[in-house]
Design a protein around this ligand. Structure first.
Ligand code: ADP
Length: 436
């Protein structure tokens, strides 16, 4: 309780005591007490009136000067008002700064509610997505940005990665849109112009493709000459070993160039793979023969193949991905180990698996294996004869088919590579006629 309350109670007690005393002297105590209470009431009503007038007239007028509890109430209200004014000034300042920086931002920002309606957007979002303020505020964003990929992303509710798309308003502009959920089912849409990045990526791809293409002819000439030189008995006697090494390295370079060209082709291919029937069981048997003729790895490859199951895709690409996995298993498994290839249905989907009991891969390397030229053991890589591009090709082929790659491995015990295909890509033999 504040100091003013005891004083207020004392003031009332003194007033009543004075009234009682006067009543005692002059008679009519009741009347004198009534007069005292009325005076006290009138004084309070006057104070209430002054307070109400002050609150109603706003901050331009000073607080009424009064004593006791009323004085304290006025002081409290005055302080609260001053505090409120300072907070308001800060908020206005902050809002002004937020507005200034969102206007200056090169990236677009849109606030969208749970219905997908736009609540606010900055200038860059308006520019990149051709949205108008205030006409488009309150409209549903998917009605204004009618790009199938964006609508699929918006409805998919998996917002971990942004979606990249060609601007629906200009074919030469590339955009990246990312949704960030926050609050109660509110969503922030971040829009970024990625045209420059896209051009750089395209230039890099073109450069690699052109360089690989240009290297092909000199390599063919070199291997031809090396072949001819090795057939010459005199030269072979004097230069046998160097010639063999040169031929080996030329073959490696040819394989790298071929893989680089295959990767560029896969990267530039925007459309998904065709839905042509691929006889996976026959493909696996062919791959097995080729893998056994490599001259490395176990002497046998076990097969667990569902003969009735086939795939809808691009045969050449599927062969390239599956054989890369099988040749790797042979390369990284000692002669005494086992390699198993399986092709079977899992629910409505299908899985192609290559399991080996080879050297295995330490866990920290697994997420990076599909990067180009990523090597677990650099020294071993050179004599494995691999190009370092095999798993990158596998990743792209699977992406092209809407499939995914799962890798599990334990050093010293072996590895398992699983290609998982969705049901749209899988048919049983009985359905084949209908599909083709
Ligand atoms: P490479 O031509 O070197 O085999 P890949 O892209 O096919 O290139 O593979 C990348 C790396 O992954 C390999 O260098 C190897 O270290 C590792 N790797 C791939 N498959 C296996 C496997 N079955 N067992 C052990 N390591 C593997």
């Amino acid at each position: 309780m504040s100091q003013s309350w005891p004083r207020e109670i004392l003031r009332l007690a003194l007033l009543l005591a004075a009234a009682a005393l006067t009543g005692g002297i002059f008679g009519h105590i009741g009347m004198w007490l009534f007069v005292a209470v009325s005076v006290y009431l009138v004084w309070n009503i006057i104070n209430l009136y002054r307070l109400e007038r002050w609150l109603g007239r706003g901050r331009r007028f000073n607080a009424p000067t009064t004593t006791g509890v009323w004085g304290e109430i006025c002081d409290h209200i005055y302080l609260l008002r001053r505090h409120g004014r300072t907070r308001k000034r800060h908020l206005v300042q902050l809002l002004r700064e937020i507005r200034n920086f969102t206007t200056a931002m090169p990236d677009g920002v849109i606030i969208m509610d749970h219905m997908g309606e736009i609540r606010w957007l900055n200038a860059a979002a308006g520019r990149l997505l051709h949205l108008r303020v205030p006409q488009d505020v309150g409209q549903r964003l998917p009605n204004l940005v009618r790009h199938p990929d964006f609508i699929h992303y918006l409805n998919g509710r998996d917002y971990r990665e942004p979606v990249s798309l060609v601007s629906p308003f200009s074919r030469s502009q590339h955009l990246s849109l990312r949704i960030v959920p926050y609050g109660e089912d509110q969503r922030l849409v971040l829009v970024r112009d990625t045209t420059r990045l896209h051009r750089l990526e395209e230039m890099r791809r073109e450069f690699v493709a052109n360089a690989s293409h240009e290297l092909r002819s000199p390599l063919t000439v070199m291997s031809g000459y090396l072949e001819a030189m090795r057939e010459d008995a005199q030269l072979r006697a004097a230069w046998g070993k160097p010639l063999e090494a040169m031929q080996h390295q030329t073959a490696r370079m040819t394989a790298i160039v071929a893989d680089l060209l295959e990767l560029s082709r896969l990267e530039t291919e925007q459309r998904e793979a065709p839905y042509s029937p691929v006889g996976v069981p026959a493909l696996i048997r062919r791959m097995r023969e080729e893998a056994l003729s490599l001259g490395c790895g176990p002497r046998n490859i076990s097969l667990e193949v569902d003969e009735m199951l086939f795939l809808l895709g691009a045969e050449r690409e599927i062969y390239s991905a599956f054989s890369n996995l099988l040749f790797n298993a042979m390369n990284y498994t000692p002669t005494g180990g086992n390699v198993t290839v399986s092709w079977k249905q899992e629910g409505e989907a299908a899985q192609f698996t290559v399991a080996d009991t080879g050297i295995g891969i330490p866990a920290e390397h697994i997420p990076r294996l599909t990067e180009r030229f990523y090597r677990v053991d650099k020294s071993r890589h050179r004599d494995s004869g691999g190009t370092g591009l095999g798993l990158a090709i596998v990743k792209h082929v699977l992406q092209h088919h809407g499939a995914s790659l799962a890798i599990s491995s334990e050093p010293g015990r072996g590895s398992v590579f699983i290609c998982k295909f969705t049901r749209e890509r899988v048919r049983r033999e009985a359905d084949k006629a209908g599909a083709s």
